[in-house]
Design a protein around this ligand. Structure first.
Ligand SMILES: Nc1nc2c(ncn2[C@@H]2O[C@H](COP(=O)(O)OP(=O)(O)OP(=O)(O)O)[C@@H](O)[C@H]2O)c(=O)[nH]1
Ligand SMILES: [Mg+2]
Length: 424
């Protein structure tokens, strides 16, 4: 190759190299471009997928809300749907509730809106009872020292408020004794009265050895909810299911009222509300004891802490009702001999002395272990709670003051008496 030829070849090669390099660079750029487009596409797809998911979740939530709303409407149009308690005004009611909590040793940072809400409800619920008893009492007593005549007035008022003859006698005797020993001012008289009333209610509670009824861990607790028809058994059971599942006890409901047609659906609504399973037997004239049998099997399988049993309030005859209860108890004893059974009598406070009669007759044959007072709201007969303690010797375990799911609380004699005599 001549020099000239060689120069030409190098020039050509260098041009070819430059071209190839350019080509390679182009391809590289195109690849980068392609990669970028791919990445963008993947990103877009991901965003789309997430949007679809979000929409699906939203739709499901809306559906769930609709189902809840329908279930609620089905049978309980009169029952308020559960809402979180809200802090109301800073008023007398709040101050009173906070003071009642403080008097029981609660610290400022331990008070909850739920507790304040309940105490307001209790105070409002006992308003009618108070009107017919305390307001008049305070008018009569005034701020003057107690006299034998004012004691006579107090006696009449207590009896009128369905406190019962035994408990009234007890309170009046103690006051008379105190009056014989010293001068008792109006304010002091009220304080003494509160102590006496509390002692009456606390006596059966203390005798039972259990201050507050809660399910014992590690065993199956079976609470039979009994009482005559219409007193609020099913509603109370629903509220108990809510309280207990909220307190993390594994809870189950047995629909053993097979007498009333709609009883199972009514319970199912409460079960849905508190997310508690209801064991039932839909067939006509199912045997209540058989439902309890199934429920105990389910409770054992699920390792439940508490089985709440709804029972019938009315059967063909009263004897049938008592026989049914004994049969249910026998089944429980046989299947789970170490179960802790509580037979809780539900009493409608507005039935006053009639309720007391029911309590006495049930106590004789149904081996009761406690009472639940319902419908304290809007009755003037809240005093009957005292008669149940004094005359039937039953510890009051819960009280209900309304139809909402949160309108039932463990019974607290201090709060009850403070609410009963709330004007002072
Ligand atoms: N105001 C008020 N109403 C209540 C309360 N507890 C129950 N009720 C209402 O009393 C009515 C009867 O309640 P249920 O729970 O069905 O009574 P029950 O004892 O199960 O009735 P039967 O199954 O027919 O024997 C319902 O309308 C309840 O909403 C309460 O504490 N306050
Ligand atoms: Mg019922």
């Amino acid at each position: 190759m001549t020099n000239n030829e060689s120069d030409n070849a190098r020039e050509w090669a260098s041009q070819a190299y430059a071209l190839l390099k350019e080509k390679q660079e182009k391809i590289k750029q195109e690849k980068i471009k392609e990669e970028k487009i791919k990445e963008e596409k993947i990103k877009e797809e991901k965003i789309k997928e997430e949007q679809i998911k979000d929409e699906q979740i939203k739709e499901e939530q809306i559906k769930e809300e609709q189902i809840k709303e329908e279930v609620y409407k089905k049978d309980f149009s009169n029952v308020r749907y559960e809402t979180e308690a809200k802090l109301g005004e800073f008023d007398d009611e709040f101050t009173w509730s906070a003071m009642v909590l403080a008097a029981q040793g609660k610290k400022v940072n331990e008070i909850s809106i739920d507790e304040i809400d309940w105490l307001s409800k209790l105070r409002k619920g006992l308003e009618e009872t108070r009107k017919g008893f305390v307001t008049e009492l305070l008018d009569k007593l005034g701020d003057d020292p107690l006299t034998p005549e004012s004691l006579d007035d107090l006696e009449t008022l207590l009896i009128r408020a369905d406190v019962g003859i035994d408990s009234t006698d007890k309170v009046i005797d103690s006051l008379r004794k105190k009056l014989n020993e010293e001068v008792v001012g109006g304010e002091e008289g009220i304080k003494f009265l509160k102590d006496e009333l509390r002692a009456i209610i606390d006596k059966p509670i203390k005798n039972s050895g259990t201050n507050i009824l809660i399910p014992q861990k590690g065993k199956l607790n079976v609470w039979l909810i009994v009482g005559v028809n219409g007193v609020g058994k099913t509603t109370t059971l629903g509220k108990l299911a809510y309280l207990s599942s909220k307190s993390n006890y594994k809870t189950l409901i047995a629909a053993a009222d097979t007498f009333r047609a709609a009883a199972v659906e009514q319970l199912q609504v409460w079960g849905d509300r508190s997310k508690v399973e209801v064991i039932s037997n839909q067939s006509k004239n199912a045997d209540p004891a058989a439902v309890v049998f199934d429920a105990i099997n389910a409770a054992n399988k699920r390792n439940s802490d508490l089985l709440l049993v709804d029972t019938a309030g009315r059967l063909q005859t009263k004897n049938n009702l008592m026989d049914e209860l004994s049969k249910i108890k026998r089944i429980i004893d046989k299947k789970v001999p170490d179960a802790i059974i509580e037979s809780l009598l539900v009493l409608d406070a507005s039935q006053g002395q009639n309720g007391l009669k029911q309590a006495k007759s049930f106590a004789k044959s149904a081996n009761l272990s406690g009472a639940i007072i319902t419908k304290l709201d809007g009755t003037s007969r809240g005093g009957v709670s005292l008669a149940v303690s004094a005359e039937v010797n039953l510890p009051i375990r819960f009280i209900g003051a309304g139809e909402g799911v949160k309108d039932l609380r463990p019974f607290n004699s201090f709060e009850f008496v403070e609410a009963l005599l709330a004007d002072r």
